[in-house]
Design a protein around this ligand. Sequence first.
Ligand code: GLN
Length: 414
Amino acid sequence: MSSLVKSNLAVNLKIAIVQLNSQIGQIQPAVGRTWELLKKFNNRVSSTPKKPDIIIFPEFALTGYNFHSRDQILPYCCVPNKGPSYELACKVSSMFQCYTVIGYPERTAAGDKLYNSAIVINPQGELVFNYRKSFLYQTDEEWDCLENPQGFQTFPLSFKDIARDQQGNVQDVTLKTSIGICMDLSPYKFKAPFHDYEFATYNVDQGTELIICPMAWLHSTSAIAGDDNETELQASMDNIAKNCTRENIPTVGTQGEFDIDIDGHETPRLPREDEDDRNLFRELNKPDMCNVNYWLLRFLPFLGLKERSEWSVAALAKLIVRGRLLRSSYIGAALDNYWSFKNKNAVLAIANRCGIEEGKTVFAGSSGIYKFNGQEYENHDSLDSTNFSVELKGNLGKGNEGIIYREVNFQVSR
Ligand code: GLN
């Protein structure tokens, strides 16, 4: 075989996601529950070969999310290699000999600039990457958060002995990785055209193999901050209170009710039209399929779509304006290839927080692990979780804290 011919490596990546309900001003209790949870998890897996290669925490995992001013958030902001989130991540990495990713509020050393960031700690306990959120949500803007000046980024993550070549020899592998923090998945400022799919397009174009998303994504029952219609706001808050009473949970949601999902099944696919009533917050141990479907839709460039081969010519015309190439793909279609991602694989891990803040903001939990398999399936190519080109390896429920662990087998070409 010519050395120019690329060959495939079969990768087995073990991922754990920690889903937390942190509240503002309660960092130590959040750290305490994290250790309680991780110890329970460790007791269940320590006598097995199950050992995560990477553990992922949500956006602002320990601090709570709804900060309303620079002064309010400043005491919680840290430089990347100091503070409670960094310390926790280092200890987690050393306990499991794995990578740890955790979201936290960042301030620069001079203290003048604030970011919504996530650090990556390697198995040796070293800080290897700091990603700053690029697309901001309105809540981030309330405390003067700045956009990542570098925009979306990729970085290499090297894993020991998790791949096999075609002869079956065990190999190390370096995965092209990116981080997207919550709003990074949405259209820029909710104003950009929906079909730009900025984050997914960036990752298809870059050939990203591992996509990590720490999030504080809202459930649809949330009363949206900044809503100036007082009556509507009150009605939403009353509805949240009613949901809490029915579910028998405090107005901040559940804490310490851990769902530990190690060997669980794949998540049953659910078409968009069969989703729950959006005013209900119930079945806390089941994922919020409204959001799962929406997140997958935001990754449409990674999804198989039979009709793409037909509309690609029209779509590609949008890529060229006055003879200049604007971007290398549009909804996954590139100039030289009707689907850039065809026959490739990528893994998506979404670590979303749960819980409720201020009786207004209900977070959607439902942290999950997905594989995009790069295949097209006739009649199974809808724009939701029923599309067979995405494998739903598993999701936590919407309302409880917990941890989900999955091993994902996928191919990379080297
Ligand atoms: N689009 C997200 C949402 O609606 C943004 C939240 C965030 O960035 N934390 O929940």
